[in-house]
Design a protein around this ligand. Structure first.
Ligand code: WQD
Length: 337
Protein backbone atom coordinates (compact mmCIF):
# COMPACT_ATOMS: atom_id res chain seq x y z
CA UNK A 1 0.00 0.00 0.00
CA UNK A 2 1.52 3.34 -1.12
CA UNK A 3 1.58 6.31 1.24
CA UNK A 4 2.57 9.85 0.28
CA UNK A 5 4.61 11.68 2.92
CA UNK A 6 5.09 15.35 2.07
CA UNK A 7 8.09 16.88 3.84
CA UNK A 8 9.29 13.30 4.30
CA UNK A 9 12.98 14.29 4.52
CA UNK A 10 12.31 16.69 7.38
CA UNK A 11 12.70 16.03 11.10
CA UNK A 12 9.33 14.45 11.94
CA UNK A 13 8.69 13.33 8.36
CA UNK A 14 11.83 11.20 8.10
CA UNK A 15 11.13 9.47 11.41
CA UNK A 16 7.58 8.76 10.20
CA UNK A 17 8.83 7.32 6.89
CA UNK A 18 11.00 4.88 8.88
CA UNK A 19 8.02 3.75 10.99
CA UNK A 20 5.80 3.40 7.90
CA UNK A 21 8.39 1.27 6.10
CA UNK A 22 8.92 -0.83 9.22
CA UNK A 23 5.17 -1.50 9.08
CA UNK A 24 5.46 -2.65 5.46
CA UNK A 25 4.07 0.39 3.68
CA UNK A 26 5.52 1.64 0.39
CA UNK A 27 6.39 5.30 0.81
CA UNK A 28 6.74 8.09 -1.72
CA UNK A 29 8.27 11.30 -0.39
CA UNK A 30 7.73 14.77 -1.79
CA UNK A 31 10.21 17.30 -0.47
CA UNK A 32 11.59 20.54 -1.93
CA UNK A 33 14.75 20.29 0.22
CA UNK A 34 14.21 23.85 1.51
CA UNK A 35 14.69 22.65 5.09
CA UNK A 36 16.18 19.17 4.60
CA UNK A 37 18.73 17.24 2.56
CA UNK A 38 18.75 14.19 0.31
CA UNK A 39 21.39 12.74 2.66
CA UNK A 40 18.48 11.91 5.01
CA UNK A 41 17.45 9.18 2.54
CA UNK A 42 20.63 7.26 3.44
CA UNK A 43 19.64 7.31 7.11
CA UNK A 44 16.14 6.07 6.29
CA UNK A 45 17.58 3.18 4.26
CA UNK A 46 20.16 2.38 6.96
CA UNK A 47 17.41 1.98 9.55
CA UNK A 48 14.56 0.39 7.59
CA UNK A 49 16.54 -1.40 4.88
CA UNK A 50 14.28 0.09 2.24
CA UNK A 51 14.53 3.11 -0.06
CA UNK A 52 11.36 5.21 -0.36
CA UNK A 53 10.56 6.78 -3.72
CA UNK A 54 11.73 10.40 -3.54
CA UNK A 55 10.35 13.15 -5.76
CA UNK A 56 11.99 16.57 -5.38
CA UNK A 57 9.09 18.90 -5.91
CA UNK A 58 7.67 22.19 -4.74
CA UNK A 59 4.05 21.80 -3.67
CA UNK A 60 3.47 25.50 -4.37
CA UNK A 61 3.42 24.57 -8.08
CA UNK A 62 -0.15 23.43 -8.65
CA UNK A 63 0.67 21.78 -12.00
CA UNK A 64 3.36 19.69 -10.32
CA UNK A 65 0.92 18.52 -7.68
CA UNK A 66 -1.60 17.55 -10.37
CA UNK A 67 0.96 15.59 -12.38
CA UNK A 68 2.22 13.87 -9.25
CA UNK A 69 -1.24 12.50 -8.45
CA UNK A 70 -1.78 11.47 -12.07
CA UNK A 71 1.44 9.49 -11.90
CA UNK A 72 0.87 8.10 -8.40
CA UNK A 73 -2.88 7.44 -8.64
CA UNK A 74 -2.49 4.47 -6.23
CA UNK A 75 -1.69 6.61 -3.17
CA UNK A 76 -3.82 5.14 -0.34
CA UNK A 77 -3.10 7.85 2.19
CA UNK A 78 -1.30 11.18 2.64
CA UNK A 79 0.62 12.40 5.66
CA UNK A 80 1.19 16.10 5.13
CA UNK A 81 4.23 17.53 6.94
CA UNK A 82 5.52 19.93 4.29
CA UNK A 83 5.23 23.46 5.70
CA UNK A 84 7.34 26.33 6.99
CA UNK A 85 7.45 26.21 10.79
CA UNK A 86 9.59 28.98 12.27
CA UNK A 87 7.42 31.21 14.43
CA UNK A 88 9.73 34.25 14.28
CA UNK A 89 10.26 33.99 10.52
CA UNK A 90 6.49 33.86 10.00
CA UNK A 91 6.13 37.25 11.72
CA UNK A 92 8.79 38.74 9.43
CA UNK A 93 7.48 37.11 6.24
CA UNK A 94 3.78 36.24 6.61
CA UNK A 95 3.08 35.82 2.87
CA UNK A 96 5.78 33.14 2.60
CA UNK A 97 3.87 31.24 5.29
CA UNK A 98 0.40 31.73 3.83
CA UNK A 99 1.60 30.66 0.38
CA UNK A 100 3.67 27.70 1.55
CA UNK A 101 1.40 26.41 4.28
CA UNK A 102 -2.04 27.11 2.82
CA UNK A 103 -1.79 26.97 -1.01
CA UNK A 104 0.01 23.63 -0.87
CA UNK A 105 -2.68 22.18 1.41
CA UNK A 106 -5.40 23.35 -0.99
CA UNK A 107 -3.65 21.84 -4.04
CA UNK A 108 -3.29 18.45 -2.33
CA UNK A 109 -6.92 18.43 -1.18
CA UNK A 110 -8.08 19.37 -4.69
CA UNK A 111 -6.40 16.19 -5.97
CA UNK A 112 -7.68 14.01 -3.12
CA UNK A 113 -11.29 15.12 -3.56
CA UNK A 114 -11.30 13.52 -7.01
CA UNK A 115 -10.58 10.08 -5.57
CA UNK A 116 -13.37 7.65 -4.53
CA UNK A 117 -11.98 7.90 -1.00
CA UNK A 118 -8.92 9.48 0.59
CA UNK A 119 -7.16 9.34 3.96
CA UNK A 120 -5.39 12.48 5.11
CA UNK A 121 -3.23 13.07 8.19
CA UNK A 122 -2.46 16.72 8.96
CA UNK A 123 0.54 17.96 10.92
CA UNK A 124 -0.93 20.50 13.32
CA UNK A 125 0.42 21.99 16.51
CA UNK A 126 -0.44 22.86 20.12
CA UNK A 127 0.32 26.40 19.03
CA UNK A 128 -3.35 26.62 17.98
CA UNK A 129 -4.29 26.75 21.67
CA UNK A 130 -2.16 29.82 22.40
CA UNK A 131 -2.09 30.17 26.20
CA UNK A 132 -4.82 27.70 27.15
CA UNK A 133 -6.76 28.52 30.31
CA UNK A 134 -6.41 25.07 31.87
CA UNK A 135 -3.60 22.50 32.06
CA UNK A 136 -3.36 19.81 30.85
CA UNK A 137 -4.85 20.94 27.53
CA UNK A 138 -7.73 18.93 26.05
CA UNK A 139 -8.65 18.85 22.35
CA UNK A 140 -11.84 20.82 23.04
CA UNK A 141 -9.91 23.70 24.62
CA UNK A 142 -10.78 26.95 22.91
CA UNK A 143 -8.68 27.96 19.92
CA UNK A 144 -7.14 31.32 20.78
CA UNK A 145 -6.31 34.09 18.33
CA UNK A 146 -3.07 32.90 16.74
CA UNK A 147 0.12 34.33 18.26
CA UNK A 148 1.92 34.23 14.88
CA UNK A 149 1.18 33.78 11.15
CA UNK A 150 2.71 30.30 11.53
CA UNK A 151 0.16 29.43 14.21
CA UNK A 152 -2.58 30.99 12.08
CA UNK A 153 -1.71 28.76 9.13
CA UNK A 154 -2.24 25.72 11.37
CA UNK A 155 -5.61 27.03 12.53
CA UNK A 156 -6.67 27.89 8.97
CA UNK A 157 -5.39 24.51 7.77
CA UNK A 158 -7.59 22.71 10.30
CA UNK A 159 -10.61 24.78 9.25
CA UNK A 160 -10.03 24.11 5.53
CA UNK A 161 -9.76 20.37 6.17
CA UNK A 162 -12.92 20.37 8.31
CA UNK A 163 -14.91 22.20 5.61
CA UNK A 164 -13.62 20.01 2.78
CA UNK A 165 -14.28 16.67 4.50
CA UNK A 166 -17.94 17.65 4.95
CA UNK A 167 -18.55 17.57 1.19
CA UNK A 168 -15.96 15.10 -0.12
CA UNK A 169 -14.88 11.49 0.45
CA UNK A 170 -11.78 12.65 2.30
CA UNK A 171 -11.39 11.43 5.89
CA UNK A 172 -8.87 13.30 8.04
CA UNK A 173 -7.06 13.23 11.36
CA UNK A 174 -5.52 16.40 12.78
CA UNK A 175 -2.51 15.70 14.98
CA UNK A 176 -1.61 18.55 17.34
CA UNK A 177 2.04 18.11 18.28
CA UNK A 178 3.39 19.49 21.51
CA UNK A 179 7.20 19.81 21.50
CA UNK A 180 8.93 17.18 19.34
CA UNK A 181 12.53 16.46 20.43
CA UNK A 182 15.19 13.78 20.16
CA UNK A 183 16.39 11.54 17.34
CA UNK A 184 16.14 7.94 16.19
CA UNK A 185 18.06 5.73 18.70
CA UNK A 186 20.29 4.53 15.82
CA UNK A 187 21.51 8.16 15.36
CA UNK A 188 21.06 7.61 11.61
CA UNK A 189 18.47 10.42 11.43
CA UNK A 190 17.65 13.38 13.66
CA UNK A 191 17.01 17.10 13.76
CA UNK A 192 19.07 19.24 11.37
CA UNK A 193 18.26 22.86 12.24
CA UNK A 194 19.56 25.36 9.68
CA UNK A 195 21.57 28.21 11.24
CA UNK A 196 21.07 29.15 14.87
CA UNK A 197 18.47 26.77 16.37
CA UNK A 198 15.25 28.51 17.45
CA UNK A 199 14.13 25.52 19.53
CA UNK A 200 15.38 24.71 23.02
CA UNK A 201 16.74 21.17 22.72
CA UNK A 202 18.89 21.57 19.58
CA UNK A 203 20.29 24.79 21.09
CA UNK A 204 21.14 22.88 24.26
CA UNK A 205 22.90 20.04 22.42
CA UNK A 206 24.81 22.50 20.21
CA UNK A 207 25.90 24.33 23.37
CA UNK A 208 26.89 21.00 24.93
CA UNK A 209 29.05 20.12 21.92
CA UNK A 210 30.69 23.58 22.00
CA UNK A 211 29.07 25.01 18.89
CA UNK A 212 27.27 27.70 20.95
CA UNK A 213 28.79 29.60 23.87
CA UNK A 214 25.85 29.41 26.25
CA UNK A 215 22.09 28.96 26.30
CA UNK A 216 19.87 32.02 26.87
CA UNK A 217 16.94 31.03 29.04
CA UNK A 218 14.02 33.21 27.93
CA UNK A 219 12.66 34.39 31.25
CA UNK A 220 12.54 33.00 34.79
CA UNK A 221 9.66 35.19 35.98
CA UNK A 222 6.79 33.02 34.74
CA UNK A 223 4.14 31.86 37.23
CA UNK A 224 5.59 28.31 37.26
CA UNK A 225 7.32 26.31 40.01
CA UNK A 226 10.83 27.43 39.03
CA UNK A 227 9.86 30.54 37.06
CA UNK A 228 10.77 29.14 33.63
CA UNK A 229 8.22 28.21 30.99
CA UNK A 230 6.73 24.74 30.85
CA UNK A 231 6.27 22.56 27.74
CA UNK A 232 5.44 18.94 26.88
CA UNK A 233 8.53 17.44 25.22
CA UNK A 234 7.73 14.32 23.22
CA UNK A 235 10.22 11.94 21.61
CA UNK A 236 10.06 12.21 17.82
CA UNK A 237 9.87 8.40 17.42
CA UNK A 238 6.79 8.31 19.68
CA UNK A 239 5.34 11.07 17.53
CA UNK A 240 6.15 9.17 14.32
CA UNK A 241 4.46 6.03 15.59
CA UNK A 242 1.28 8.01 16.32
CA UNK A 243 1.11 8.92 12.61
CA UNK A 244 1.19 5.27 11.55
CA UNK A 245 -1.53 4.41 14.05
CA UNK A 246 -3.66 7.36 12.90
CA UNK A 247 -3.25 6.36 9.24
CA UNK A 248 -4.20 2.76 9.99
CA UNK A 249 -7.28 4.05 11.83
CA UNK A 250 -8.47 5.75 8.63
CA UNK A 251 -7.48 2.92 6.28
CA UNK A 252 -9.33 0.42 8.48
CA UNK A 253 -12.29 2.84 8.74
CA UNK A 254 -12.08 2.91 12.54
CA UNK A 255 -12.53 6.70 12.62
CA UNK A 256 -15.75 7.83 14.31
CA UNK A 257 -15.99 11.13 12.43
CA UNK A 258 -14.91 12.61 9.12
CA UNK A 259 -12.34 14.71 11.01
CA UNK A 260 -10.78 13.67 14.31
CA UNK A 261 -8.32 15.68 16.42
CA UNK A 262 -5.69 14.27 18.80
CA UNK A 263 -3.13 15.94 21.05
CA UNK A 264 0.26 14.26 20.78
CA UNK A 265 2.25 14.80 23.95
CA UNK A 266 3.48 12.89 26.98
CA UNK A 267 0.98 14.56 29.33
CA UNK A 268 3.87 15.79 31.49
CA UNK A 269 5.05 19.40 31.59
CA UNK A 270 8.77 20.16 31.98
CA UNK A 271 10.30 23.59 32.63
CA UNK A 272 13.33 24.95 30.78
CA UNK A 273 15.46 24.47 33.91
CA UNK A 274 14.24 20.87 34.20
CA UNK A 275 15.28 20.25 30.59
CA UNK A 276 18.71 21.72 31.33
CA UNK A 277 19.02 19.46 34.41
CA UNK A 278 18.03 16.44 32.34
CA UNK A 279 20.68 17.28 29.74
CA UNK A 280 23.35 17.69 32.43
CA UNK A 281 22.38 14.29 33.85
CA UNK A 282 22.49 12.39 30.54
CA UNK A 283 25.63 14.18 29.25
CA UNK A 284 27.52 14.29 32.55
CA UNK A 285 28.47 17.91 31.84
CA UNK A 286 27.36 21.31 33.13
CA UNK A 287 25.47 23.43 30.61
CA UNK A 288 26.47 27.13 30.50
CA UNK A 289 23.36 29.32 30.47
CA UNK A 290 22.14 32.77 31.42
CA UNK A 291 18.69 34.11 32.20
CA UNK A 292 17.49 36.79 29.76
CA UNK A 293 14.15 38.46 29.03
CA UNK A 294 11.12 36.51 27.94
CA UNK A 295 10.76 35.81 24.18
CA UNK A 296 7.80 37.55 22.52
CA UNK A 297 4.94 35.19 21.78
CA UNK A 298 5.96 32.50 24.27
CA UNK A 299 3.23 31.05 26.48
CA UNK A 300 3.77 30.26 30.17
CA UNK A 301 2.71 26.66 30.00
CA UNK A 302 1.51 24.08 27.47
CA UNK A 303 1.22 20.36 28.13
CA UNK A 304 -1.24 17.82 26.79
CA UNK A 305 -4.16 15.93 28.21
CA UNK A 306 -3.43 12.63 26.44
CA UNK A 307 -6.62 10.71 27.37
CA UNK A 308 -8.12 10.96 23.88
CA UNK A 309 -4.91 9.86 22.15
CA UNK A 310 -4.31 7.07 24.68
CA UNK A 311 -7.87 5.71 24.76
CA UNK A 312 -9.29 6.87 21.41
CA UNK A 313 -6.31 6.48 19.13
CA UNK A 314 -4.74 3.69 21.18
CA UNK A 315 -1.37 5.40 21.30
CA UNK A 316 0.81 6.43 24.26
CA UNK A 317 4.23 8.09 24.34
CA UNK A 318 6.83 5.61 25.62
CA UNK A 319 9.99 7.68 26.11
CA UNK A 320 10.86 9.79 29.13
CA UNK A 321 12.29 13.31 28.87
CA UNK A 322 15.77 12.00 29.75
CA UNK A 323 15.60 9.25 27.09
CA UNK A 324 14.54 11.79 24.48
CA UNK A 325 17.30 14.19 25.42
CA UNK A 326 19.86 11.37 25.50
CA UNK A 327 18.89 10.49 21.90
CA UNK A 328 19.26 14.15 20.86
CA UNK A 329 22.68 14.30 22.51
CA UNK A 330 23.83 11.04 20.85
CA UNK A 331 22.74 12.48 17.48
CA UNK A 332 24.53 15.80 18.10
CA UNK A 333 27.74 13.97 19.01
CA UNK A 334 27.47 11.83 15.90
CA UNK A 335 26.96 14.69 13.42
CA UNK A 336 29.49 17.05 15.05
CA UNK A 337 31.82 14.55 16.62
C1 WQD B 1 10.58 25.82 24.27
C2 WQD B 1 10.85 26.60 25.55
C3 WQD B 1 11.26 28.94 25.16
C4 WQD B 1 15.02 28.41 23.00
C5 WQD B 1 7.69 26.03 19.00
C6 WQD B 1 6.50 26.25 18.11
C7 WQD B 1 5.68 24.99 18.04
C8 WQD B 1 6.57 23.87 17.57
C9 WQD B 1 7.72 23.69 18.56
C10 WQD B 1 6.56 23.63 15.19
C11 WQD B 1 10.15 27.97 25.56
C12 WQD B 1 12.50 28.25 25.75
C13 WQD B 1 13.84 28.17 23.68
C14 WQD B 1 16.10 29.05 23.68
C15 WQD B 1 14.78 29.14 25.68
N1 WQD B 1 7.10 24.13 16.29
N2 WQD B 1 13.74 28.53 25.00
N3 WQD B 1 15.94 29.40 25.00
O1 WQD B 1 8.27 27.83 21.39
O2 WQD B 1 7.37 25.88 22.78
O3 WQD B 1 7.23 25.78 20.30
O4 WQD B 1 8.45 24.93 18.56
O5 WQD B 1 5.64 22.89 15.07
O6 WQD B 1 4.64 25.18 17.11
O7 WQD B 1 5.69 27.25 18.67
O8 WQD B 1 9.43 25.56 21.40
O9 WQD B 1 11.78 24.87 21.68
O10 WQD B 1 11.28 27.20 20.78
O11 WQD B 1 10.86 26.69 23.18
O12 WQD B 1 14.66 29.48 26.87
O13 WQD B 1 17.21 29.30 23.11
O14 WQD B 1 12.25 26.86 25.64
O15 WQD B 1 11.09 30.22 25.75
O16 WQD B 1 9.75 28.25 26.88
P1 WQD B 1 8.05 26.37 21.56
P2 WQD B 1 10.91 26.09 21.69
Amino acid sequence: MKILVTGGLGFIGSHTVVELQNEGYDVVIIDNLSNSSEEVLKGIVAISGKAPIFEKMDLREKASVQSFFNKHHDVAGVIHFAASKAVGESVENPLLYYENNINTLVYILQELQQKPEANFIFSSSCTVYGQAERMPITEDASIQVAMSPYGNTKQIGEEIITDVTKVTNINAILLRYFNPIGAHPSAEIGELPIGVPQNLVPFITQTGIGLRKELSVYGDDYPTPDGTAVRDYIHVVDLARAHVIALQRLINKKNVAKVETFNLGTGTGSSVLEVIKAFEKVSGQKLPYKIVDRRDGDVTSAYANTDKANNGLGWKAQSTLEQAIASAWKWEQKIRG
